[in-house]
Design a protein around this ligand. Structure first.
Ligand code: NI
Length: 393
């Protein structure tokens, strides 16, 4: 067993206490007031050299300087909870009505605080500086909290950033790693086609928004099948099609509402552009007018290969090859960690929480929970990744 694993396990009583404290008092995006105050106080308790509060809203950055000179690396945890009423019957159940840490961010903060302690204990061996980034508002799409952390300037000097997410789709304790795209970009569009009402028996006197809406939906089906590289992946989904007022009236308006998921920026740009062109063509041909509101959510999360490989080596050294999984397929949910990886090097990994013999509840579910044995693993992985990165650079 490596030294870090041993030290991380020794922190367990404290980590469980911290995690339950966060879990009992969850706060929603942009309202992480108490959470932020607690994080700052814990960081000081762990021995950080410097603690900077109110970064990009309720964000907090802890700084640990190694005894040897070197580069700077960042580790990130998100802080916010969701508007969900917790259904778990546990002693640490949420005490804030209608709010719950259903995405496991309580575990991310606890893991990073554990890492802070481990890094402070190993200052003599650290070649450089570690910045511990506690980021608010991860769930606040399309705005997100990561951009505020980047804009603060405190991350300008980092060589790379690493983070993790508890992941119920992987077995407990398994570290899931993938170079390249790991999570999708999620965009939301709303299209309104303005036609012209007329008597249902006199279509030539109107501009039929139902027919135009149907034409648009069908035309958009060719984007993924004909315009996206077959080796790439994308989704164009229309979730809402609303039109018409009466069976014998030509509909004057049609509203289409949907989502686009992509794994790289080129495809993302191409799909938006193609949808706009298809709509222009439809208007030109029919005499209708149309508006499109195309809202960009978080970009795709794309891991840098070199950094993903580094976390892989670190994870194998800590937990053994049998507890590391090379993830094959990206997941289509989004993560605003993607903004860091657009500007900086680094990697984001999944930490499995599915315990054998126990029912597995998905993220964002009112019954989501983890086995707390996961906490020392998160702490050890984050701390050792930072130390390995700095030692190699
Ligand atoms: Ni999350």
């Amino acid at each position: 067993m490596t030294k870090i694993v041993e030290s991380a396990k020794a922190l367990m009583p404290k980590l469980v206490e911290i995690r339950r404290d966060f879990h009992e008092y969850p706060e929603t995006s942009q309202n992480e007031v108490e959470t932020s105050r607690k994080v700052a106080s814990y960081l000081k308790e762990m021995g950080c050299d410097q603690v900077i509060e109110n970064v990009g809203g309720h964000g907090v950055i802890g700084i640990i300087k190694g005894k040897k000179n070197g580069k700077t690396v960042a580790l990130r945890a998100d802080m916010d909870a969701l508007q969900i009423q917790e259904m778990n019957d546990v002693e640490y159940k949420s005490r804030n009505d209608g709010v719950m840490h259903a995405c496991g961010h309580d575990n991310h903060m606890t893991g990073l605080l554990g890492a802070a302690k481990l890094l402070c204990q190993n200052r003599d061996e650290i070649c450089g500086t570690v910045k511990l980034v506690f980021q608010p508002a991860e769930e606040f799409s399309p705005v997100g909290g990561s951009r505020g952390m980047l804009e603060s300037g405190y991350l300008d000097d980092i060589g790379a950033i690493f983070g993790l997410h508890v992941w119920p789709d992987l077995p407990h304790g398994t570290v899931g790693i993938k170079a390249g795209p790991l999570m999708a970009a999620t965009d939301h569009f709303t299209i309104t086609i303005h036609g012209k009402t007329a008597h249902g028996a006199k279509p030539d006197q109107g501009i039929d928004a139902v027919v135009l809406g149907a034409q648009f939906v069908m035309a958009a089906q060719s984007i993924v099948s004909r315009k996206v590289n077959p080796l790439d992946n994308a989704v164009v989904t229309f979730g809402i099609f609303n039109a018409g007022t009466r069976y014998n009236i030509i509909a004057g308006e049609c509203v289409l509402d949907g989502t686009v998921r992509t794994l790289n920026e080129k495809t993302r740009d191409m799909i938006e552009e193609t949808m706009r062109k298809l709509l222009d063509g439809l208007c030109l041909q029919s005499g209708a007018t149309a508006d499109i509101v195309y809202g960009r959510g978080y970009p795709a999360l794309v891991n840098h290969a070199e950094d993903a490989a580094l976390v892989r080596r670190t994870a194998v050294s800590l937990f053994g090859e049998e507890n590391v999984e090379d993830v094959q397929d990206p997941a289509m949910p989004a993560e605003d960690f993607s903004f860091y990886l657009k500007e900086k090097k680094g990697a984001f990994v999944w930490l499995g929480t599915a315990k054998e013999g126990k029912e597995v509840w998905p993220l964002h579910n009112s019954r989501f929970d983890v086995d707390e044995d996961i906490l020392w693993r998160g702490a050890a992985l984050l701390a050792q990744t930072a130390m390995d990165y700095l030692a190699e650079k």
